[in-house]
Design a binder for this molecule. Structure first.
Ligand code: ZN
Length: 428
C-alpha cells in the first residue's frame, strides 16, 4: 500500500528571503481570491455549471493580464493556486450533490481567503532540493528553493519515500517546510507489550565510553571508539586553524581539513546510528524510552571527545525515532534527572559517584549494575507517561511513588549479560 506522509520542519530564512516568501504568499492569495471571484460570477449565472480546467486556465490568463504584479508569482507556486482552487471547487460540488441526495449538511460556496488564512506556497516535485552540510560538529540541513534561495532547515528525521511537494508555510513569525513524500507502507501500530528503557553511556574519567547504551533488560550496545580515533585528527586541525592568520588561504585550507575530519565522524555516527536502530527495532522490543538530551548544554561542552559522543547520541535518537515509527513503535523521551541516583525498585535516592559501577540500595537491598538501574528508571518514567501524561519533562514522573509502582519487583533484578550484535543487523 502506498501512503503519503507529510514532514514538517522548521526553516530559518533570513530577512531577504522572508520578505520574498511573504510576497509570494500574498501574491498567491491575491490570485486565489481573484480566480474564486471569477468562478463565483459564473456560478451565480448558472448554478449547475462546473468550471473545467481549461476555463479556469483562461480565467487565470485574463487575471494575470489585468494585474501585472502577478507576473512576479513563481510559476510553480502559481500552478498550485490553481490546484487548491480546483480542490475547493470540487469539494463544493461534491457537497452540493450530497445535500441533494438527502444528506443534512451545510453547503457554502468556497470562501475568499483573508490575510492569514492563506499562508503558504507550494512547489511541485521540482524547484527545490535538500542538502546537508557539516558545520562545526553538526550536520546542517539546508533547503534550497528555486527563486527564493537557501535556508537552514531543522530536519529532525529523514524523509522516507519519494518526495512529492514542498510547501513553505508561515506560522506567526515562524516558517516551516512541509514536505510530502509517498512510500510503500505501512505497518500498523505494534502493541506495546515489550517496552525497553535505554540509558546512554557516560564516559569515564579517562574519556572512554564503555557502552554506547545499556538497556533495561541488561543488554548492551557497544560502540567502536570513533571519538578516540578521530579526536587526535580533529584537535590537530583545530590547533592549526587557531594558529594561522585570520582570512589567510592557509587558514582556510586547515578549516577544510577540520571539516573533513568532522564529516568523517558524522558519517560514522550516521552509520552506527542506523545499525544500532535497525538492531533495536528488530529485537522484539515494542517501544523505546530514552533520556531527553539537552542539546544546548552539550554544545557548551568543550571536551572534544564528549561533543563527538553527544553528536552520536543525538543522531542515534533521531534515527531510532523514525525507524521505530515506521515499524509502528514509539520512542518516548523522558526527563533525565536522577535516573542514575534513584533506586529503580523503591525510588530512594542516593549519591552515585562516577566510578561506582554497582547500584546498591540501602533501603530495599537492590543490587544491580549502575547503568541498568538508570535504564530501568528511564523505562518507568515512560510507562508513567503511558498513563496519560506526556513523558518528556513531566514533573510527576519524578516522584518516586509513581516510579516505584510502575517498576518491577525486587526479585526480577537479574543481569542480562548479553550484548546486541550489530553486525547481524539488516541493511543500512
Ligand atoms: Zn531501593
Amino acid at each position: 500500500m502506498e501512503s503519503i506522509r507529510a514532514y514538517r520542519f522548521r526553516v530559518y530564512p533570513d530577512d531577504v528571503r522572508r520578505r520574498e516568501i511573504d510576497e509570494q504568499i500574498e501574491l498567491a492569495r491575491f490570485l486565489y481570491n481573484k480566480l474564486l471571484g471569477r468562478a463565483k460570477e459564473e456560478y451565480l449565472k448558472d448554478r449547475n455549471l462546473q468550471i473545467t480546467k481549461s476555463t479556469f486556465n483562461r480565467f487565470m490568463k485574463e487575471i494575470i493580464e489585468k494585474n501585472g504584479e502577478l507576473n512576479r508569482l513563481y510559476s510553480q507556486a502559481l500552478q498550485n493556486v490553481f490546484v487548491r482552487l480546483q480542490r475547493a471547487y470540487q469539494n463544493f460540488f461534491r457537497r452540493v450533490r450530497e445535500k441533494r441526495s438527502g444528506k443534512r449538511i451545510k453547503v457554502g460556496f468556497p470562501r475568499f481567503k483573508k490575510y492569514g488564512r492563506y499562508s503558504s506556497i507550494t512547489y511541485p516535485q521540482f524547484g527545490f532540493s535538500i542538502e546537508s552540510k557539516t558545520k562545526r560538529h553538526n550536520r546542517i540541513d539546508v533547503l534550497r528553493v528555486s527563486k527564493i534561495g537557501t535556508m537552514r532547515m531543522e530536519m529532525h528525521r529523514e524523509i522516507s519515500g519519494k518526495i512529492l511537494t514542498l510547501t513553505i508555510k508561515r506560522d506567526g513569525d515562524e516558517y516551516y517546510a512541509v514536505i510530502s513524500a509517498s512510500s510503500e507502507l505501512t505497518s500498523t501500530r505494534t502493541d506495546d507489550i515489550n517496552p525497553v528503557g535505554i540509558d546512554l553511556g557516560l564516559m569515564n574519567s579517562d574519556n572512554i565510553m564503555e557502552n554506547f547504551a545499556v538497556l533495561s533488560d541488561g543488554k548492551r550496545i557497544r560502540k567502536p571508539d570513533f571519538a578516540g580515533m578521530r579526536e587526535k585528527r580533529i584537535s590537530h586541525w583545530q590547533r592549526v586553524v587557531a594558529r594561522r592568520q585570520k582570512g589567510s588561504g592557509r587558514r582556510e585550507k586547515a578549516r577544510e581539513k577540520l571539516h573533513d575530519a568532522w564529516r568523517k565522524v558524522n558519517n560514522q555516527n550516521d552509520d552506527f546510528a542506523r545499525k544500532a536502530a535497525n538492531t533495536l527495532v528488530g529485537s522484539g522490543y515494542t517501544s523505546f524510552a530514552v533520556e531527553a538530551l539537552h542539546i544546548p548544554n552539550m554544545l557548551k561542552n568543550h571536551r572534544l571527545a564528549r561533543s563527538i559522543n553527544s553528536a552520536a547520541w543525538n543522531r542515534f535518537i533521531q534515527v531510532l525515532s523514525y525507524k521505530a515509527e515506521d515499524a509502528g513503535m514509539r520512542v518516548i523521551q523522558v526527563d533525565p534527572r536522577y535516573t542514575t541516583r534513584r533506586c529503580s525498585a523503591c525510588g530512594t535516592d542516593r549519591e552515585m559517584p562516577l566510578g561506582e559501577r554497582t547500584y546498591l540500595c540501602a533501603a530495599c537491598g537492590l543490587r544491580t549494575d549502575r547503568d541498568i538501574n538508570a535504564a530501568r528508571n528511564i523505562l518507568h518514567r515512560s510507562t508513567a507517561g503511558h498513563a496519560g501524561i506526556e513523558a518528556r519533562g513531566d514533573p510527576a514522573s519524578l516522584h518516586p511513588e509513581t516510579d516505584a509502582k510502575a517498576g518491577p519487583s525486587k526479585r526480577e533484578h537479574t543481569f542480562g549479560p548479553g550484548s546486541l550484535d550489530l553486525k547481524g543487523s539488516p541493511g543500512l
